[in-house]
Design a protein around this ligand. Structure first.
Ligand code: DAT
Ligand code: MG
Length: 149
């Protein structure tokens, strides 16, 4: 079973879309194993987005991400990383299909509501970064038997 780090960005929190985003992962069948509302430090965000630090949009990305609290969460399940990205939609919301979170709720790339890990290795790095004391490894055996064959 894979784990992925999903984050509602400050625009999503302030627009009251946290529940909507959680709902889409819940109804798909993924298991929530960590969740928190946090005002991240610049240092934490620079580490999270370290691969992008030389991009021209990096300063505006930092300003956006520091504009309010975010909701970080970890979802667990089969193919959670790739499928999580498909639930979010494309980086550019205008290129995102209706039915995806970004396709349904936003327009500009710099206000794209949510983050999702892009690979299993980056997911594990991001989970360790945002949840250094670990996640909740609870058993969901009964429900799993209704979701997985
Ligand atoms: P994603 O969030 O889809 O994984 P990313 O990791 O390449 O995309 O970039 C992180 C965020 O930075 C992205 O959600 C929005 C912003 N961003 C990416 N490319 C951009 C661009 N060309 N112009 C403006 N903002 C951009
Ligand atoms: Mg990314």
């Amino acid at each position: 079973m894979e784990r992925t780090y999903i984050m509602v960005k400050p625009d999503g929190v302030e627009r009251g879309l946290v529940g909507e985003i959680i709902k889409r992962f819940e109804q798909k069948g993924y298991q929530l194993v960590a969740l928190k509302l946090v005002s991240p430090t610049k240092q934490l965000l620079e580490e999270h987005y370290k691969d992008l630090k030389d991009k021209p949009f990096f300063p505006s990305l930092m300003t956006y991400m520091l504009s309010g609290p975010v909701v970080g969460m970890v979802w667990r399940g089969k193919d959670a990383v790739k499928t999580g990205r498909r639930i979010l939609g494309e980086t550019n919301p205008l290129a995102s299909n209706p039915g995806t979170i970004r396709g349904d709720f936003c327009i500009d790339m710099g206000r794209n509501l949510c983050h999702g890990s892009d690979a299993v290795e980056s997911a594990e790095r991001e989970i360790a970064l945002w949840f250094p004391s670990g996640v909740v490894e609870w058993d969901r055996k009964r429900v799993n038997s209704l979701i997985y064959e």
